[in-house]
Design a protein around this ligand. Structure first.
Ligand SMILES: Nc1nc2c(c(=O)[nH]1)N[C@H]1C(S)=C(S)[C@@H](COP(=O)(O)O)O[C@H]1N2
Ligand SMILES: [Mo]
Length: 354
């Protein structure tokens, strides 16, 4: 296992020890690809013990087709490499007021990697899987645990069939990350990666893929990972909302800066569309200016942005705000009971010494 039960490991801070959950340090997010020792970890249950030699993936459709494949059989189908950002739907949860229960992420529940695997579409085409009559595609995993009212359950999640079979940039069945074999914490030997979606969709330790004629209503689909507010219908979390992060000046360590020329910089991403702009305020949101954006080489990874600032003495609040085709990052939190999708802008107080 690649997470130590105590203390820091790489540029990660543990959020819970058992199961292993850890967030990525702000500094490690400046690299276009997050180092594996720094990549955030989010697991709902203990890491399952999977023997890669014994491991098989079972695929079932609604016509009675059932095929079982080994890892090498999957790898023989062809290889796609895709760089994309994963973000936990709970990222930013601790910024909510009033606070909510749930894994206590600050803003490090996100990382970016190059994933290697075979697309789900390619696997289905190869096997002759029939999507006819299917509404959803269910992904079942090897990890399990007990939940009140549910008993013993495995981690399972579904996707609407049209999202499952999207191509290109659709779901990928992944066995390598940043060119290295997938690590246990990230779902070895095989995980799903669904570009653009909050990473709960990216099921780790995959064991089975089944087509369903009806919507799936499992625990991780209807009880958790939903936007829930009293008196309103629940909405499942799906695509990542846009977010800008300030990486420099480091909001955690540089609350005091010198007057004069400063560069404010960071990253921004969205699972919905390309980032169309990043605006910056140095006065707590009273006035805004456009940051300069360096587009990412890959559409599914963060853009880098920077903003030159002549800092004058006194207290300032720095804010960066991402914009995409759907709109802009909210200036005020959109509170929900389980604390998902909190992409409220990050406010960084700084004191400039004169
Ligand atoms: N089998 C399984 N897959 C899972 C999870 C899990 O608990 N079990 N957690 C999901 C959630 S909530 C997130 S944010 C991502 C985290 O992926 P990572 O640990 O590789 O960063 O995995 C997703 N896939
Ligand atoms: Mo997550």
């Amino acid at each position: 296992m690649d997470a130590t039960p105590s203390g820091r490991h790489g540029n990660r801070t543990p959020v819970t020890h058992s199961p292993p959950n850890a967030e990525t340090h702000r500094a490690a997010l400046a690299a276009p690809l997050t180092e594996l020792d720094d990549f955030y970890i989010r697991s709902n249950f203990p890491v399952p013990d999977v023997d890669p030699e014994e491991w098989r993936l079972t695929v079932r459709d609604l016509t009675g087709l059932e095929v079982t494949l080994s890892l090498s059989e999957l790898q023989a189908l062809g290889t796609t490499c895709l760089r994309t950002t994963l973000e936990c739907a709970g990222n930013g949860r601790t910024l909510l007021d009033p606070p909510v229960d749930g894994t206590a992420w600050t803003l490090g529940g996100t990382s970016t990697a190059e994933f290697t695997g075979v697309s789900l579409k390619r696997l289905f085409d190869h096997l002759g899987v029939s999507a006819e009559a299917a509404q959803e595609c269910l992904f079942s995993a090897a990890d399990q645990g007990d939940k009140p009212d549910w008993g013993r359950i495995f981690f399972e999640r579904s996707l609407p069939i049209e999202d499952a079979l999207r191509d290109p940039n659709g779901p990928l069945l992944v066995w390598a990350m940043n060119g290295e074999p997938l690590r246990a914490n990230h779902g070895a030997p095989l995980r799903l990666v669904v570009p653009g979606w909050y990473a709960v969709a990216s099921v780790k330790w995959l064991t089975a893929i089944s087509l369903l004629a009806e919507p799936f209503s499992g625990y991780f689909q209807t009880d958790q990972y939903v936007y829930r507010n009293a008196g309103q219908p629940i909405q499942p979390v799906q695509r990542m909302k846009c977010r800008a992060l300030i990486l420099a000046p480091d909001p955690e360590s540089a609350a005091r800066l010198e007057a004069g020329e400063q560069t404010i910089s960071g990253i921004a991403w969205s699972g919905t569309s390309a980032i169309t702009g990043v605006t910056v305020s140095t006065d707590g949101g009273a006035t805004w200016s456009d940051a300069e954006i360096s587009p990412a080489a890959d559409r599914l990874t963060p853009v880098r942005w920077q903003f030159p600032w002549i800092a004058t003495g006194g207290d300032h609040v720095l804010i960066a705000r991402a914009h995409d085709d759907e709109g802009s990052q909210p200036l005020e939190q959109v509170w929900n009971e389980l604390g998902y999708g909190n992409n409220v802008v990050q406010r960084c107080p700084v004191r400039i010494e004169v």
